[in-house]
Ligand binder design. Structure first.
Ligand SMILES: O=C(CO)COP(=O)(O)O
Length: 251
């Protein structure tokens, strides 16, 4: 079965309530190629308003959640709370959290396992730094990140893997379609060998890092690339062009 195209919009720590309403109005009016393609991830404080205003064929994701059951963890938001609010998705292991907040492969994997156990769907982020790419260890890095997750989960149905090379995030230096395809294909091969042929065939691997309305079509044409996780451009009208690059897959 073909893997369904997936476009995530990660708003990161951006937006005011007026801006949020404006973006939602634009997106609600957009013509898009199909249902259940788009998942928007606003900051926690805007989740309820976005969910309330957003068209029903678009979905929402939190940008993080606590690693275990909630309780005395000041400042954290639990997976249970997201479920209670009807938030279906969560982004975990984003490189900004791995790098700035020292989230380790194991900690991210624990979060993924716990979020899945509570019924959330997970966008699990992986990716190498420029230094690691230049050292020729890109596959080792993304395989280690994926291995940590694979060790803690047995069902991949509700996981989307987001390959986001750190050097491409917010830099304007998008991976070339060939660079992205190479990592996606290597990763799929790694999953085939270390998880299962079924998971390798069915898991969606999306690309993130300086995706915009101008480069999304060519990237979307790569066989192992199943969509995008978009940062900056997801706050702009060109996000609609990125969503529509899904049509490349239908040819
Ligand atoms: O980090 C990203 C999405 O999670 C990508 O960010 P940019 O699209 O702004 O490079």
């Amino acid at each position: 079965m073909a893997r369904k195209f997936f476009v995530g919009g990660n708003w990161k720590c951006n937006g005011t309530s007026d801006e949020v309403k404006k973006i939602i109005t634009t997106l609600n009016e957009a013509q898009v190629p199909g249902e259940d393609v788009v998942v928007l991830s606003p900051p926690f404080v805007f989740l309820a308003v976005v969910k309330g205003l957003l068209r029903p064929d678009f979905h929402v994701a939190a940008q993080n959640c606590w690693v275990r059951k909630g309780g005395a963890f000041t400042g954290e938001v639990s997976a249970e709370m997201l479920v209670n609010l009807g938030i279906p998705w969560v982004i975990l292991g984003h490189s900004e959290r791995r790098q700035l907040l020292n989230e380790s492969n194991e900690f991210v994997a624990d979060k993924v396992a716990y979020a899945l156990s509570q019924g959330l769907k997970v966008i699990a982020c992986i990716g190498e730094t420029l230094e690691q790419r230049e050292a020729g260890i890109t596959l080792n890095v993304v395989a280690e990140q994926t291995k940590a997750i694979a060790a803690k989960i047995s069902n991949w149905d509700n996981v989307v893997l987001a390959y986001e090379p750190v050097w491409a995030i917010g830099t304007g230096k998008v991976a070339t379609p060939a660079q992205a395809q190479e990592v996606h294909a290597d990763l799929r091969k790694w999953i085939h060998e270390h998880v299962s042929a079924d998971v390798a065939a069915s898991v969606r691997i999306i690309y993130g890092g300086s995706v915009n309305g101008g480069n999304s079509k060519e990237l979307a044409g790569q066989p192992d690339l199943d969509g995008f996780l978009v940062g900056g451009a997801s706050l702009k009208p060109e996000f609609i062009d990125i969503i529509n690059s899904a049509t490349v897959k239908k040819n």
